[in-house]
Design a protein around this ligand. Structure first.
Ligand code: SAM
Length: 369
């Protein structure tokens, strides 16, 4: 019998894809904390599968990264009107003990502790118990704006309905790891597994094409995306495939929000990740792969806009919103990196411009037939 649900040590070796995931987490929180700090009175970060706090060679785990993204932010001193509540949870007793130690060290290192940061006692329970307890404690009230980081091993103990309920409140966001490799191995037509029923919130995974079929991955991915969107009523759900050196997709991170600006920020964070790591992120647009490597490489966006808007005249804000909502690109890549060169090359024109190749409010972009 394994001591725990996985065969790893208390602190295990950090995999290359973990580094990529951490980079993205830190980048996004670097943008999310200032928005919360300036605009709300209370914001929560929930790290529901927090791990031991450090990896086997001392590399920082998500709890340290979250805390440092907040405490070391250059504008932190300006956010004294916002209370930041941080909650870390880990089921495994030995990892939990390690986590407690790591958080204790952080407290000591940051003495005097800032009064507006409430580091709750870490929890040592299953995500399901924790989630239920959090919801019960609300007693019908809304949860404060929350960033929920859900980073499991595998697919067990992660019911879609609970995830959805936890982040069903206004300004709650979800960043969740979809362990495609384990799901792929086990989710087949013959499997009757309550974990899958609960993970997907449906038994439709049984209709997935069989192992080896190239359509299988997309099917399982799309099913989870659809279920996340529907169950939690998220306006924006985007997945980022984690791809290794050989182009193999290992797993996905899903980011879910109801806020277009947050969605834009997450994609901005994605494009800023150093592409030289062993893992990188990938998405696709109208059948073209989009590698998050060079922010200036907006070729797929050009092609998409020309086709999508053929023969139309589109107000600039509508166009930018569409790019945020429907493509892997973010708003800062639209004007200078995409539209201006297209206009210089005569691929598009514009109405309402004071200066050529600039796109302030009031400008509309004219696409040829
Ligand atoms: C991928 S690791 C977390 C890594 C961590 N978030 C980081 O980035 O450093 C998943 C962790 O979840 C813990 N775990 C497994 N099942 C759990 C459950 N049902 N509820 C909470 N934690 C669980 C495991 O012991 C493991 O430490």
């Amino acid at each position: 019998m394994p001591r725990r649900g996985d065969s790893l040590e208390t602190r295990w070796t950090r995999w290359p894809h973990t580094k990529a995931k951490h980079d993205l987490l830190v980048r996004y929180l670097g943008a999310w904390f200032p928005i919360m700090g300036r605009s709300v009175r209370k914001a929560i970060v929930l790290d529901a599968f927090a791990g031991p706090g450090r990896y086997d060679h001392g590399e920082e785990g998500s709890p340290i990264l979250v805390l440092n993204a907040l405490l070391e932010h250059k504008d932190f001193a300006n956010w004294s009107n916002c209370e930041f509540v941080l909650l870390f949870n880990e089921l495994d007793p030995e990892r939990f003990e390690s986590l407690e130690g790591v958080l204790g060290e952080l407290r000591t290192a940051n003495d005097p502790w800032p009064p507006n940061v409430r580091l709750l006692d870490p929890q040592n329970q299953s995500f399901e118990e924790l989630g239920r307890q959090m919801l019960d404690s609300l007693k019908g009230n809304n949860m404060a704006p929350t960033f929920a980081f859900i980073d499991p091993f595998g697919y067990k103990g992660l019911p879609l309905d609970l995830v959805a309920e936890l982040v069903s409140f206004p300004m709650c966001e979800l960043f969740i790891y979809f362990d495609f490799n384990s799901i792929n191995r086990f989710a087949t037509a013959n499997v009757v597994d309550k974990h899958f029923d609960r993970l997907f919130g449906t038994d439709e995974y049984r209709n997935a094409p069989p192992a080896g079929d190239p359509a299988r991955q997309q099917f399982l991915h799309d099913l989870y995306e659809r279920q996340l969107k529907q169950a939690a009523n998220f306006a924006h759900v985007r997945s980022f495939a984690m791809v290794n050196d050989t182009g193999h997709i290992g797993n996905y991170m899903f980011f879910c929000t109801r806020n277009r600006r947050a969605f834009d920020l997450m994609k901005g964070a994605m494009w800023k990740i150093d592409p030289s790591g062993e893992y990188r992120f990938e998405d696709s647009l109208a059948g073209q792969d989009v590698l998050f490597e060079d922010e200036n490489a907006t070729g797929p966006l050009r092609d998409y806009l020309l086709e999508h808007y053929a023969g139309k005249t589109v107000p600039i804000q509508q166009l930018v919103d569409h790019v945020i909502d429907e493509t892997p690109f973010h708003s800062s890549q639209v004007r200078r990196q995409t539209l201006a060169p297209m206009q210089r090359e005569g691929l598009i024109s514009a109405t309402g411009q004071q200066r050529k190749c600039t796109y302030p409010e009031g400008v509309s972009v004219v696409f040829p037939d």
